[in-house]
Design a protein around this ligand. Sequence first.
Ligand code: GLC
Length: 755
Amino acid sequence: MKRFFPTLAGICLLCAAAAAQPQLGKDSIQQIVKAMTAEEKALLVVGANMDEGPWKGQILSGTGGITCALDKYGIPYTVMMDGPVGIRLYDYNTTCFPTGLLTAASWDKEAAYRIGEAIGEESIAMGNDVILAPGMNILRNPLNGRNFEYFAEDPVLTGLIAAAYINGVQSKGVGTSAKHFAANSQETNRLDGDSRLDTRTLREIYTKAFELCLRDSDPWTVMASYNYLNGEYTQESYDLLTKILRNDFGYKGLVVTDWTGKRNTPKQLHAGSDLFMGGSPKQTAHILESLENGSLKMEDLDRAATKVLELIVKTPSFKGNRPSLKIDMEAGAKTAREVAGDGMVLLKNDGALPASPAKTALFGVYSYDLIQGGNGAAWVNSPHVVSLAEGLQNAGFTLDGDLAELYKGYDAFITQDVKNNHKINVHVGVAQKPELEITRPLIERSAKDNDLAVITIGRISGEGRDRIMDREFLLQKNELALIEDVCKAYHAAGKKVVLVLNICSPVETASWKEKPDAILCAWLPGQEGGDAIADVLTGKVNPSGRLPMTFPNDYFDAEGAENFPYNFISDRANESVVHPERRGLPLKNIAYTDYSEGIYVGYRYFNTNNKAVSYPFGYGLSYTSFEYSSPSVKLRGNDIVASVTVTNTGSVAGREAVGLYISAPLGSFSDKPSVELKEFGKTRLLQPGESETLSFTVPVRQLASFNSAASRWETAKGGYRAYFGANALEPAAEAAFRIGSAKTYKVSRACEPAN
Ligand code: GLC
């Protein structure tokens, strides 16, 4: 093939042509968009093919997506990597941090910030520009497969922890993606399921978390979710993406679509979607066709192209960052271990904890194979995972060798069909392991040889599939038998039993929690989990976590529990697209899901209806005790300012999480939750006898309820009560205050139900 040798004149012409083009970073973005052709704009707003083009071979496997380079204007390609608990790469190790649920359980904005910072640093090392995190959907139901990577059943705890995480990442010059906007609270049929909820519910719960997150942080991107919302795809919803997100919340950043190409591209652009990920040539072509046939206005495409360029100029890649591929694993491990200890929740302690190093019988497959995190976009290829066995040994415990051998030979015990059966339900990551049966004689023998028994119960879940109530929320027969037999044998020998929950989301606890002497909820604590659990069990770390989600007595106790695919048993690993009508499946909870509970999610339902639960939202024990004093709430301009003093009245140092709950008069509403969390904080480590005063500022607007008919927020006139403490059912202090006149806050037309 004749090769082209550019003449000097030719090179000069090319340089002159290139030089004539406006350059990103030198010329204004407006000038560049003006100079771009429609084809170039269409390329820029659609994710590029990572396996083709000048970047081929440079993109690390596991990367979520890249934006297209346009050298002509000095526009580099930029990189977006998953995920919330660490960077997900298949060929490189990165730190697996504690999952979102644990971070929220810390009730510690500083902890969330630290994880964000650490992921920001690792992003720079790996050449990442935007981490596709935080996942911040509301935990509507304990069976959602992605609960582990999200934060809480409450929008304030969710939104403010998310904001702290975002600020941490972005403090390193790396972007984030607040996801998935909005009402994406189940994995079954997530690409085409219709979340049906009224406007008050949408505003007070499902977009409220994003509203508060955007008030306290400025994520470079917001990710529009897959699902329908009241009959309209969120990615195509002008009401949601422009009227609410941009006009009401004042969001100025970029909206990136979650990874589907099967939407109406011009409708998405008009709605406010700016960047189409993962991206396909069909979408680029569809944009150009739509311009041709007039169904897409150039101004919508120009807006999107502008947003993409505004994002690119902020990125490390644009600023010349090149991946070193060297991560400070020690620093990551230190952060992971410390935050993990900060978010574990002590549910029960009848004197078994803190425990000194002892001869210990360790039961449960997950004692030897800790679940560090969940599956899918949030999966992380960590350098190691510290099991509880290792963590206890590192802390000086002597483990029962026979038991350890038995569990380590575990795979030899489970049959192939069990392995196969459990393999299918995995999108990316690992399958749930069935528990190993241990005979009573062996348990009784171990009770003679050991001083302490520790049992781990594990649950894993992930993207693309929800959990099944009777298999995954309920404990299985062999798990219940293990707890029963071990407790019986050890109690007969006058010894204690500690149970550790290594879980992705709440499980049933009421039927068995009386048996063990202590219960620690360790969640999915990241790669250093075993050491972090040992830190708490030995008292090196005084547990200070508080539940971010209610543990109900029975799955069906929650309002709306039947409006979830709780018994949808699938033969597929990834149930993103189900087509119930083609597969003869019910439409309810698959083709559509009614959020029939409305705003009464979690404690809003249980507390308001005085419904008993196993462990309430905000519950958690400590090895010390605290007393509250001088609670005060004052109106100051458009804010309420509250404060309370917390004193450590126990014998060991500890931290106390404090929630500020408000009970409001009904005003023009027929119903309101009995209390709602409006702010929270956490003391520093208080030595015995030490005190700290925590202060909270809450805009009066945040005390409002949403009047859908009038499309406005309304704060009622009258007497309010403020409750201080993480567990709203047992407030440690309270104070009354009044709001002298009703206030209203008009918003642009809300996202009214399409039907
Ligand atoms: C997935 C997830 C999203 C993730 C993206 C890129 O489908 O829903 O959370 O960031 O695709 O992997």
